[in-house]
Design a protein around this ligand. Structure first.
Ligand code: CMX
Length: 134
């Protein structure tokens, strides 16, 4: 696989408006997009930091992945997403190297990007996402 950079860091928050205010007022970052991703049961807010984005994630359903994460661990860093040339090929390569996948094939995520997740039990406890344009 060909990882070019960290596409985004996902951060689980309890209250999106409160978290946006913190990143804007305390860190001076500009929120450039807010989007609900129904499939993932989250509402997201994006900030650019160089080539990398911060993706704030507020759950829209307590049974969704971020809802369950906050219930168990509280707010905090939720996942790291790497930009790759080809999400499907990167998932296949990880699987053939023995990594457990959450997604066997890419699906659509925020900002219209293709995404696919590796299971945190197989990635030293860090939920890992591949992210690509195609
Ligand atoms: N980071 C590290 N570990 C995590 C985790 C995370 N984000 N989320 C869950 N886990 C751990 C749990 O702590 C738990 O570990 P223990 O068994 O040791 O307690 C284990 O994984 C299972 O967790 P669970 O609460 O029982 O939840 P599920 O198995 O139902 O789901 C997971 C876990 C990772 C498969 C699910 O959250 C998932 O499919 N995530 C990918 C999709 C996603 O996170 N979408 C939101 C972001 C979308 C976006 O970026 O737009």
């Amino acid at each position: 696989m060909n990882i070019s950079h960290i596409e985004h860091i996902g951060i689980a928050v309890s209250d999106l408006d409160e978290a946006i205010a913190y990143y804007r007022d305390q860190l001076g970052l500009k929120c450039y997009a807010i989007e609900e991703v129904a499939d993932q049961k989250v509402k997201t807010a994006f900030f650019k930091v160089g080539d990398t984005k911060i993706e704030l994630l507020e759950s829209t359903d307590p049974e969704g992945p971020v809802g369950k994460f906050i219930e168990k661990k509280g707010p905090g860093v939720h996942h790291i997403a790497f930009a790759v040339d080809n999400v499907d090929e990167s998932l296949s390569e990880a699987e053939s190297n023995g990594v457990r996948l959450i997604d066997k094939q890419k699906r659509k995520g925020a900002e219209g990007l293709s995404i696919g997740f590796l299971h945190p039990k197989s990635t030293l406890g860090v939920l890992t996402e591949f992210c690509g344009e195609e």
